[in-house]
Write a protein of this length. Structure first.
Length: 343
C-alpha cells in the first residue's frame, strides 16, 4: 500500500477552530498553484473547504470541495510558479472565467486548461443542493514535459466540454487513479503517474492541434521573450540583443519584467530552476556540477553562491537530497507547495 504520509494529503476547514486559520490554510494551498484566493466579506463566517491530494510522482492531483470563492492570477504573481500546467475538472457547481478579455462558463464535467504563466480570473460557484459547495478535481504537471513542441500559451483558457471523447478519457482516467490510490503500492503509484502523464500530455497535444515548429510565435510579447530566455539559458543573454530581436526599448523591456522582479532576477531564477531539474534527473547523475552549471549559463562558483542564497544549500547537497528522495531514504514533507516545487 502507498505511504499516505508522503503521497496523500487529507485536510479540511473543520480541523481549524478560527476563521483566519481556516482561510489562510486554504490560501496557502492555492498559492502553491500560483493562485490568489479572494473571498467576499459575506462568506467569511460560512467559508468551508476540504481537499484530498495525491502525489503520483510525475503528476499531482486531487479533489477540492469548497464554498463559493474567486481565484485569480494577476500579472503581479505571474511566474511565481510558472513551470506548470493546471487542469480543472468541474464535478459539482461551475466556473465563471475571464481570460484574455473573454468570459465563459464551465458546467459539470467540463475541463479547463491553464498555463500557470498566464493571468486568469475564475469565480467558482456551488451546485444547487445543500450544503452549497463546489467540487472540482485538479491535475498539475510540469510544463517542461511538453518539450515546447506545442504552443503552451495557446492552451491557456481552453475548455474541453463534458461530451467530448477526449474529456471522457481524461476524466475517467484520473477518476480511476484517485479511486484505486489507496490499494496501490508505492511503485504502482509512480508507474501510474508516468503513464498518466503521457495520457494527459497527449490530450493537450490533441486540444492544441498540430505541433508547431515555432511555438509562441503569436503569443504575447512577454511570453515570447520568456520562452526565448528559457530556450537559451545555456548562452549569454544580453539585454541589448533582446531589445533588438524583439523590437523593444530597454525601458519598455524593464517595465515588462518589473512585475516578475526584473529581467535579471527572472533570468537568474530560470537558470536556478533548470539547475534543480538537472540535479534531480537520474540521467544527469554522472555529470559534474561544472557541466551542469555550464548548461545553465553559469560559472560553478556563481551557481554555488546562488544556491546558497536562494535554497540555503549547495548544489552538491541538493543533489544528495534528491538522490535520497528518489531511493525512498528521505521523504519530503507532504504539502502541495513541496510537491509542486519537486515536479
Amino acid at each position: 500500500m502507498t505511504d499516505s504520509s508522503s503521497r496523500k494529503i487529507v485536510d479540511s476547514a473543520n480541523k481549524y477552530n478560527d476563521f483566519e486559520t481556516r482561510f489562510y490554510e486554504w490560501e496557502d494551498g492555492m498559492s502553491s498553484a500560483g493562485f490568489k484566493l479572494e473571498l467576499p466579506q459575506r462568506h467569511f463566517e460560512e467559508f468551508d473547504w476540504g481537499v484530498t491530494g495525491y502525489n503520483f510522482g510525475r503528476v499531482i492531483g486531487g479533489v477540492l470541495t469548497v464554498s463559493e470563492h474567486d481565484i485569480d492570477r494577476q500579472y503581479g504573481n505571474l511566474f511565481a510558479m510558472p513551470d506548470h500546467i493546471v487542469i480543472f475538472i468541474v464535478i459539482i457547481g461551475g466556473m465563471d472565467c475571464q481570460c484574455f478579455g473573454k468570459r465563459f462558463q464551465l458546467k459539470q464535467g467540463d475541463i479547463l486548461i491553464q498555463d500557470m504563466s498566464q493571468p486568469i480570473k475564475i469565480h467558482v460557484f456551488p451546485g444547487d443542493l445543500r450544503p452549497r459547495l463546489c467540487t472540482y478535481q485538479y491535475i498539475i504537471m510540469p510544463k517542461h514535459s511538453l518539450h515546447f513542441n506545442v504552443d503552451i500559451a495557446s492552451l491557456h483558457g481552453k475548455t474541453i466540454p463534458a461530451s467530448s471523447p477526449v474529456n471522457i478519457i481524461l476524466r475517467n482516467h484520473f477518476g480511476t487513479m484517485v479511486q484505486v490510490f489507496d490499494q496501490m503500492t508505492e511503485q504502482e503509484v509512480l508507474s501510474t503517474g508516468e503513464g498518466a502523464a503521457s495520457v494527459f500530455l497527449q490530450t493537450l497535444h490533441l486540444v492544441a492541434g498540430k505541433k508547431v515548429e515555432q511555438p509562441f510565435a503569436h503569443s504575447a510579447r512577454l511570453e515570447r521573450i520568456c520562452m526565448f530566455i528559457e530556450n537559451n539559458l545555456a548562452q549569454a543573454i544580453n539585454v541589448e540583443q533582446l531589445c533588438k530581436d524583439f523590437a523593444i526599448s530597454r525601458s519598455s523591456l524593464y517595465r515588462l519584467f518589473e512585475p516578475l522582479g526584473g529581467i535579471a532576477q527572472f533570468i537568474r531564477s530560470r537558470r536556478l530552476l533548470l539547475a534543480k531539474r538537472l540535479l534531480r534527473a537520474s540521467s544527469m547523475s554522472d555529470q559534474s556540477l561544472a557541466a551542469i552549471a555550464n548548461q545553465c549559463g553559469l560559472e560553478l562558483s556563481t551557481l554555488r553562491r546562488y544556491f546558497q542564497e536562494v535554497y540555503g544549500a549547495t548544489p552538491s547537497e541538493m543533489r544528495t537530497l534528491f538522490q535520497k528522495a528518489n531511493t525512498g531514504h528521505d521523504i519530503i514533507d507532504a504539502t502541495h507547495v513541496n510537491w509542486v516545487s519537486s515536479l
